[in-house]
Design a binder for this molecule. Sequence first.
Ligand code: SF4
Length: 73
Amino acid sequence: MLIIKGNKEDVNMWVSIRNNCVGCGACAIISPEVFEVRNRRVTVNQNRVCGNEDNCIDAAITCPVNAIQIDDY
Ligand code: SF4
């Protein structure tokens, strides 16, 4: 079972962006609560991953360059 919490110290899902991101914005369309794109750079609001886990996974699958990394803790 995957348990999601908001703090890195005890999260079970952690979302990060690899350097090959091209800033297309697809992830922010799928999950605007978690992903924000400005000037083709993505930031991840880790505190919003909880409750949006499925959308994070969908964004990772949809990313055209496989730049979204999801780690389990
Ligand atoms: S979908 Fe992938 S390439 Fe596009 S902005 Fe998000 S992380 Fe970057």
